[in-house]
Design a protein around this ligand. Structure first.
Ligand code: COA
Length: 154
């Protein structure tokens, strides 16, 4: 695993994503999921009302991304992934806390997400920043795996 030098850490930036980032998103997506979303799937997200993505960058390199939508006073995380070479350096934590601050500024009150019961890294990531397990969604994923619905009150 490469680590981010202090100089790079100083140049970490979080930016709103747009269609010009699709190739960078797909590169991380393919490295992160057994059944990655398609390029078209992400392209369509950019067309949908109230959907947004933020990317974490150092220099010109994208290290990870998170997509979400908001409705009423809720924000729903759709997807988050960090380049495998750059994990365990709090990049996902930084991105989620940034989105949380963005949601607070927008007056939103809760963040929801679903995570596979088998995604121990994901569950630990979310619990570390204060998400609570709300319920279990049986056979939520196409492969028949259950999801945990998690929520954080803002
Ligand atoms: C889950 C994921 C986004 C975490 O990104 P990350 O930048 O490595 O996470 P962070 O460095 O912010 O980790 C914060 C905490 O989460 C937990 N965590 C993260 N990765 C973990 C792992 N592989 N195993 C166990 N705990 C883990 C740890 O508690 C960690 O704190 P620590 O490093 O001080 O122990 C990343 O592993 C990933 O992209 N996975 C594939 C895609 C995915 O599963 N997305 C979630 C879908 S719901």
């Amino acid at each position: 695993m490469s680590s981010i030098s202090s100089a790079q850490a100083k140049s970490l930036q979080i930016k709103v994503l747009d269609k010009s980032h699709l190739l960078l998103i797909m590169d991380i997506e393919k490295k992160s999921f057994k059944k990655p979303w398609t390029h078209d799937g992400y392209a369509q997200l950019f067309e949908q009302k109230n959907y947004m993505g933020f990317g974490v960058f150092y220099g010109n390199k994208m290290a990870g991304f998170c997509f979400f939508y908001f409705v009423l006073d809720e924000l729903h995380i759709v997807n988050i992934a960090i380049d495998p070479a750059l994990r365990r350096q709090k990049l996902a934590t930084t991105l989620l806390l940034y989105i949380e601050a963005w949601a607070v500024k927008k007056g939103l009150k809760k963040i929801f997400l679903e995570v596979s019961v088998e995604n121990l890294a994901g569950v630990a990531l979310y619990e570390n920043i204060g998400f609570m397990r709300q319920s279990r969604r049986m056979k939520y994923y196409p492969d028949g795996k259950d999801a945990i619905l998690m929520v954080k009150e803002l």
